[in-house]
Design a protein around this ligand. Structure first.
Ligand code: MN
Length: 266
């Protein structure tokens, strides 16, 4: 019986299934997906379907990619309403037309800084996998129900599982982040400098350990850091799985909280 954490799957569905097999994931275990399960990679559709129907012993945390994906779907429905397009939510064809309209609308208005489907995730879901606006809205709702972090006990420590970083008070991060939610989703080295949990353990992803200039660079192995002052163990378990084709060090990692055992799929 173990508590396993996987982060930053980024649509690498085959590797994810490979990991479940490797850890022999069963009904007596618990699994936490620490965000960015979708986008960048090729199998976001399979990941969304898996998350939607996941067993009760799986808990989902949102990453910045889930958050941004949900915001784009929200934008689609708002433009549909505003422009009176009356898209049939159950029609793939009409959803594809709405997608094109939204692209055109944003381009035409030169909506500076408006981000929309940067990774072509929705484009591929609609035009390759045949999903409808109804599917997209259902996934948006699923994401809205995901928590920003989870707190649990392991090894006599309070463990926080979060996508990027954890801080307890806005005061400690507000010079760099507008909200605690932004810190949970986007923190990088600030996770170590400004965040943490006294006598705790923070398990996060978000910064691939294959990025040489990044604070968490560790040649594609999980990055572990112990802060003596806070008595806090930090983990970055994003080993850059989605970059596997370009980087031979990249892999998918999974950590078991009870004994900090790490598993890899390379
Ligand atoms: Mn991320």
């Amino acid at each position: 019986m173990g508590t396993y954490v996987i982060s930053d799957i980024h649509g690498c569905y085959e590797e994810f299934l490979g990991m479940l097999k490797k850890i022999e994931f069963s009904d007596s275990d618990e699994l936490i997906l620490a965000g960015d399960s979708i986008e960048r990679g090729t199998h976001s559709y399979e990941m969304l379907k898996w998350m939607e129907h996941c067993p009760a012993n799986v808990r989902l945390i949102r990453g910045n990619h889930e958050e941004e994906f949900a915001a784009c779907i929200d934008l689609m429905t708002r433009i549909d309403k505003k422009e009176g397009l009356e898209t049939d939510y159950f029609s793939n064809r009409e959803t594809a037309a709405l997608y094109s309209s939204v692209k055109y609308y944003l381009k035409n208005r030169k909506a500076a800084g408006v981000y929309f489907d940067l990774y072509d995730t929705i484009n591929s879901l609609v035009n390759d996998s045949g999903v409808s606006l109804e599917d997209l809205c259902r996934w948006k709702e699923m994401i809205c129900r995901m928590s920003y972090y989870l707190e649990l006990e392991a090894q006599d420590r309070t463990c926080i599982v979060v996508h990027a970083g954890y801080a307890e008070m806005l005061e400690s991060v507000e010079d760099s982040f507008p909200s605690l939610e932004d810190f949970y989703l986007y923190a990088r080295e600030e996770s170590l400098k400004l965040g943490g949990k006294q006598h705790g353990m923070v398990i996060a992803g978000h910064t691939p350990t294959v990025v040489r200039k990044a604070f968490a660079y560790n040649g594609g192995k999980v990055f572990r850091y112990y802060d003596k002052k806070k008595d806090c163990i930090f983990y970055d378990i994003d080993c850059g799985c989605v970059f596997r084709k370009k980087n031979q060090d990249a892999r998918l990692a999974c950590i078991r909280l009870e004994d900090e055992k790490v598993f890899y799929i390379q």
